[in-house]
Design a protein around this ligand. Structure first.
Ligand code: HMG
Length: 455
């Protein structure tokens, strides 16, 4: 029998070549940059310099950022902006947004201003429950597992007592514990569904710690339970982890106004409202449109989630699963007209936190929360959903009137001018010129070349 350690060592050596490295994580930042420059950047010192140029001049601040992730070399800037005039449940907010795409902040601001003049956004929390699962393999009698679970449920709950103390003091904690039989979907598959409230925290660490503690308790209780036949029919814990699908952590936002107040761009209020409702119906009926429609919503959602230091991957995954809950991917928002009243609304699953995680570690997340007047997690859910609905309204309004390119390209003009090397004076002239001329990459490139040749 060959020695397993030897096989592993041979495999490890054979995977090494001149572009691979052992112990990279242990090297200093300067050594990492040097290695990367020599190995993957053909020794290009300009790129290496750029990595260093983006370091924060204050070493302590830079250290804070380096410690967020592993193998950090430098910082990757994204613009931080603010969208004012969001009237939400009667209160005005300026919403911080972090995003790289031009026209998103302008669109959100535009829609916020539009709706502030029509009563603003109404928002409410529907529920705040999140869940996690202990996934089990079990090939024995389902009734035996059920008996075991019912007899020991209380002990499983008690095992997380010390972990839950602080959370319970803040009004959160474990809400329920259920055994779910999924053997119809997958042979021998059961899971324990644990539901939690996590107050102002997103709660991922708390939930995962509780699940792992209960899983360990379950393992030890199961090994002493006489009903299980050893080996073959004792429940085995496959894994324990929270779910980012949070359909019970739900916020609802809406805007309403008389149809007559929607007249614009040569359309009467009624023409606009009907075309808008139709556009949203299309996003419900056709995933080809639904995905892009929801991307418009996520422009607003992600930008605020990022600005407040929340986990945008978890939010994205949960929201898109929610958009597919009927079995077909659909629009997240809904529009309707009832007796000359236009209503545009959306329910969104949002597991957000205003304490813990990056919300307190990233200084700019702290500034965002201060701008938002230090909201609770529930208030932040409402704010984020409003940013999403505003974005969606602005995009659909453009799509059914001027087309998206007019406004988007107007905002993108400065990027194109920079890309084609326009000087500051060319930029000023170009902004005037393109107020009346169609903006395209080609037109801008030609304008810059011609203008700078003439100058
Ligand atoms: P406009 O009517 O030309 O704007 O709209 P304006 O110059 O008349 O200004 C009116 C207000 O708009 C301003 O008020 C601002 O609130 C805002 P003020 O500040 O003057 O009191 N605004 C700006 N805010 C900050 N900086 C600016 C700025 N300009 C206007 N420079 C606008 C122009 C772009 C807002 C409009 O055309 C629009 O909303 N377009 C939609 C753009 C959009 O949705 N972009 C997202 C990227 S496209 C996409 O990814 C999603 C999509 O595929 C989704 C989908 O298909 O559904 C479209």
């Amino acid at each position: 029998m060959p020695d397993k350690r030897l096989i592993f060592a041979t495999q490890a050596v054979s995977f090494m070549n001149d572009k691979s490295i052992n112990g990279f994580s242990k090297r200093s930042k300067a050594e990492k940059i040097n290695w990367l420059t020599e190995t993957f950047l053909n020794g290009d010192q300009e790129s290496a310099n750029l990595l260093r140029v983006y370091w924060h001049e204050d070493e302590q601040r830079q250290k804070r950022h380096d410690e967020f992730i592993e193998n950090a070399l430098t910082n990757f800037f994204l613009p931080f902006a603010v969208a004012p005039n969001f009237k939400i449940n009667g209160e005005f907010h300026a919403i911080p947004m972090v995003i790289e795409e031009s026209s998103v902040v302008a669109a959100a601001s535009n829609a916020a201003k539009f709706w502030a003049a029509r009563g603003g956004f109404q928002a409410r929390i529907i529920s705040r429950t999140k869940s996690g699962q202990i996934h089990l393999n079990y090939s024995g009698e389902s009734a035996v597992l059920n008996d075991f679970f019912e007899q020991h449920k209380q002990q499983l709950k008690q095992s997380i007592g010390p972990l839950s103390k602080g959370m319970e003091a803040r009004g959160g904690g474990l809400v329920s514990l259920e055994l779910v039989d999924q053997t119809a979907q997958l042979d021998d598959y059961y899971y324990i569904d644990a539901k939690f409230e996590t107050a102002d925290a997103m709660g991922a660490n708390y939930i995962n710690s509780c699940l792992e503690t209960m899983a360990a308790t379950l393992k030890s209780l199961a090994s002493n339970f006489s009903g299980f036949v050893p080996e073959t029919a004792t429940p085995e814990v496959v894994m324990s982890i929270l779910s980012n699908y949070v359909p019970e952590c739900l916020v609802e936002v809406k805007v309403t106004c008389p149809v007559s107040e929607l007249a614009q761009e040569g359309l009467s209020g009624s023409e606009f409202a009907n075309k808008f409702v139709r556009a949203v119906e299309i996003a419900h009926a056709n995933p080809l449109r639904g995905v892009t429609h929801n991307k418009g919503i996520m422009n607003g959602v992600d930008a605020v989630v990022l600005a407040t230091g929340n986990d945008f991957r978890a939010i994205e995954a949960g929201i898109h699963a929610f958009a597919s809950r009927s079995g077909q991917y659909c629009s997240l928002s809904t529009a309707k007209i009832t007796q000359d009243e236009f209503e545009f609304s959306m329910q969104l699953p949002l597991a957000l936190g205003t304490v813990g995680g990056l919300t307190k570690l990233h200084p700019m997340a702290g500034v965002s929360l201060s701008i938002l007047q230090n909201p609770s997690a529930e208030q932040l859910m409402m704010i984020v959903a409003c940013a999403g609905l505003a974005q969606n309204f602005a995009a659909v309004r453009s799509l059914i009137t001027t087309g998206i390119q007019k406004g988007h390209m107007k905002m993108h003009l400065l990027n194109l001018l920079s890309q084609y090397g326009a000087t500051e004076s060319t930029k000023s002239l170009a902004i005037e010129h393109f107020k009346t001329q169609p903006i395209s990459a080609r037109n801008v490139a030609e304008y810059v070349v011609k203008h700078q040749q003439d100058a």
